[in-house]
Design a protein around this ligand. Structure first.
Ligand code: FUL
Length: 695
């Protein structure tokens, strides 16, 4: 009898433990299948290449003649090769930008490649890119600007028919499209078929988006549509390359009329109580502009900046769409290629060795004590399996046993978003020398969150869920030790002569010299800003104390400090004017050139001067540079005599880098830089920095 009872008990127990434990209830809203596929894209390219490339503009007016479009060596295979080598999964092309010129021979307009000089009008850039993407295993996306400054009917219902016809052409003839990009810039001045006028449209109603979007769903059911607030993918709310650390994929879509965003913050951070799944895409150009301009050849974003963007997009629950302004030859410029490949290499080495892979993991609770939801699922490399807790159990922990003391500085965690975005707050702790220490306290996770942490050596790492919309569902945890980024340090000297030197990464040493010798680990070690108000050449390097790996040398030639300098003459008490000698190249002062324009500076003492230096505005808008100039010196600020130097800053429009002019040594208390003519059509002149060269 007793035996029988035990047997029944065992059978019941077995039945119970084998019974299916139901998965957690999804937390709405959920991603669609097409959005889930889009999430897997993560890193892909934008190509801005069109009429603007040849008119040297960002927003063409629409009156450009098609013959102007004439790339000399167009090579879409080079674009695809670069993107593939950089680890990207697709390319989105500006098939038509605001100026209306079409990169494909559209049946509905003459304003296209068919009337250009390129390939005698027989070319089709969209087709060439579609072929190249196929060859390299990349997906193709299409940017079709709703705003069209060329089209005579823009603003009338007829234009909507035209726009939809073009959309049909693009979505029918070039194979599978993964994303359709609808830009938010709409209406304003334009050529509009010769009328040359300003046209405003009602962004919410003009495009009848509901029916326009149906065309995309009909012809490309798997494609995601991008616009400011979706419907499938949303803008990240800036063009600098970041989303917020707290970043929800849900958004209250119905609160946004198409093309009208009341508060960019909603796009930057999403909305915890959002009603629709509309994840964020970080779109940013590798150069200041979206289109190619020779004058930005020296402004290509470099590795540290690009790495920041990577972690501030993909690492913050967004995708990373990086733009290449393809040049007038029709290729991605070699400087852009160099930097993006550096980025790809850095990403590869950051994530080379997952220290958590296959490691033992334990959790404070797992759903129904079922193996299906066990802790080890987060390190099994299978994105279909996940760790989940019992309903109602929010506060919970999961610990990865690294076995040996292990140095680490990256923590990657993913929710299984098929069940919705749930986590509201979490912390990460490391078991360091027999003690738990908190190393991060954060908010959302979403599809992927990557934390950059200071290096710690720990035997265990613990993720604590602090707050969540419902029981947590974590599909993956990875831990890495990324190598330090050893790039040349940034050197600055402010107006008072105080020098600061900055390394990109933490935990690195900085060394410097002021006597022209090459710095090494035996030179002066930089700890805090220091005073250097004499003429000197400062050289500096960054050294990793662990590996002794040394960066290239940064070098700056300083002249006497600008501590006593003041603006004189017309701009005497204009505070902004002092930006031209604040030692910060990123800040500039610009004004309209009413030729001539005199910048007069009181040096505060008499010096023997033999030259001057000038750095034009380095900002995105390229506010203008001086072309013809005269330079004067004076002892009293009244008698200037003839210029000690005059001429032009040759090629400054295309290459707005440091300019240096030398002349026969003269004594001066006051100096005057006279801008005779501007280098740019906008008639403005901008000065980021001005300096003198003393004897
Ligand atoms: C903006 C446009 O106006 C820019 O020209 C560029 O295409 C960028 C991606 O989107 O809204």
């Amino acid at each position: 009898m007793i035996k029988n009872r035990i047997l029944v008990g065992v059978i019941v127990l077995l039945m119970f433990s084998c019974a299916q434990v139901a998965p957690p209830e999804p937390v709405l809203p959920l991603p669609t299948a097409r959005q889930l596929a889009w999430h897997e894209m993560e890193f892909y390219a934008f190509v801005h290449f069109n009429m603007n490339t040849f008119s040297d503009m960002e927003w063409g007016l629409g009156d450009e003649i098609p013959e102007m479009f004439n790339p000399t060596q167009l090579d879409c295979r080079q674009w695809a090769r670069v993107c593939k080598d950089a680890g990207m999964k697709g390319i989105i092309l500006t098939a038509k930008h605001h100026d209306g010129f079409c990169l494909w021979p559209s049946e509905y307009t003459e304003h296209s490649v068919k009337n250009s000089s390129w390939k005698n009008g027989n070319g089709d850039v969209v087709q060439e890119l579609a072929d190249a993407c196929k060859e390299y295993g990349l997906k193709l996306g299409i940017y079709l600007s709703p705003w069209d400054r060329n089209h005579a009917d823009y603003g009338k219902p007829e234009y909507i028919t035209y726009f939809r016809n073009q959309l049909r052409e693009l979505l029918s003839n070039y194979g599978e499209i993964f994303e359709v990009w609808f830009d938010g810039a709409n209406g304003g001045t334009g050529y509009y078929g010769g009328a040359n006028e300003e046209r405003r449209i009602d962004r919410a109603t003009y495009y009848d988006w509901e029916n326009t979007r149906k065309i995309v769903r009909e012809l490309q059911p798997n494609a995601c549509m991008f616009s400011d607030a979706g419907p499938d993918v949303r803008w990240c709310g800036n063009e600098e390359g970041w989303s917020r650390e707290t970043n929800w994929s849900p958004l209250k879509k119905d609160d946004f009329a198409p093309g009208v965003v009341s508060d960019l913050e909603f796009l930057r951070a999403g909305q915890e109580d959002g009603t629709h799944w509309i994840p964020s895409e970080v779109d940013v150009s590798i150069r200041p502009g979206w289109y190619y301009h020779k004058y930005e050849d020296h402004k290509v974003k470099t590795l540290p900046h690009l790495l920041d963007i990577y972690y501030n997009s993909i690492g913050r629950n967004a995708s990373f769409l990086i733009n290449f302004p393809v040049d007038t030859r029709g290729v991605i410029h070699e400087k852009d290629v160099e930097q993006v490949l550096k980025l790809a290499k850095a990403i590869k080495s950051d994530f080379a060795n997952n220290l958590a892979a296959g490691k033992n993991v334990i959790a404070t609770n797992w759903r129904g004590n079922s193996k299906k939801y066990k802790a080890m699922n987060v390190t099994d490399g299978n994105s279909d399996s996940y760790w989940a807790t019992d309903d109602g159990v929010i506060k919970s922990s999961i610990t990865i046993d690294l076995e040996l003391p292990t140095e680490l500085n990256r923590f990657l965690v993913q929710e299984d978003i098929r069940l919705g975005q749930r986590i509201k707050a979490f912390t990460v702790e490391a078991f360091i020398e027999s003690e738990w220490k908190e190393i991060a306290s954060e908010t959302t996770i979403g599809r992927k969150r990557i934390l950059r942490l200071p290096n710690v050596t720990a035997t265990k790492v613990r993720l604590n869920i602090v707050d969540s919309k419902a029981s947590p569902v974590i599909s993956n945890i990875e831990i890495y030790k990324a190598p330090k980024v050893i790039v040349e340090p940034e050197i600055r000297r402010n107006k008072t002569g105080e020098v600061s030197i900055k390394a990109f990464d933490a935990g690195l040493d900085i060394y410097y010299t002021t006597d022209g010798s090459t710095p090494s680990a035996t030179s002066n070690k930089y700890v805090n800003p220091f005073l250097l108000n004499t003429k000197a050449t400062l050289k500096s390097v960054v050294i990793d104390p662990g590996t002794m790996k040394t960066s290239p040398v940064s070098e700056v030639d300083f002249d006497i400090s600008k501590e006593k300098w003041e603006m004189a003459g017309e701009f005497k008490d204009v505070e902004r004017a002092e930006l031209i000698f604040d030692g910060e190249p990123k800040s500039a002062w610009t004004l309209r050139n009413k030729s001539p324009l005199d910048f007069i500076i009181d040096l505060g003492e008499t010096v023997d001067i033999k030259g001057f230096t000038y750095l034009p505005d380095q900002g995105r808008s390229n506010s203008g540079s001086i072309f013809n100039y005269e330079f004067f010196v004076s002892m009293n600020g009244k008698n200037w005599g003839i210029p000690v130097s005059k001429g032009e800053f040759s090629n400054i429009k295309n290459s707005p880098v440091w300019q240096k002019k030398e002349f026969r040594t003269a004594k001066a208390r006051f100096v005057k830089l006279r801008a005779i003519s501007p280098a740019t059509e906008n008639g403005r002149v901008g000065i980021a920095e001005f300096g003198i060269i003393t004897e």
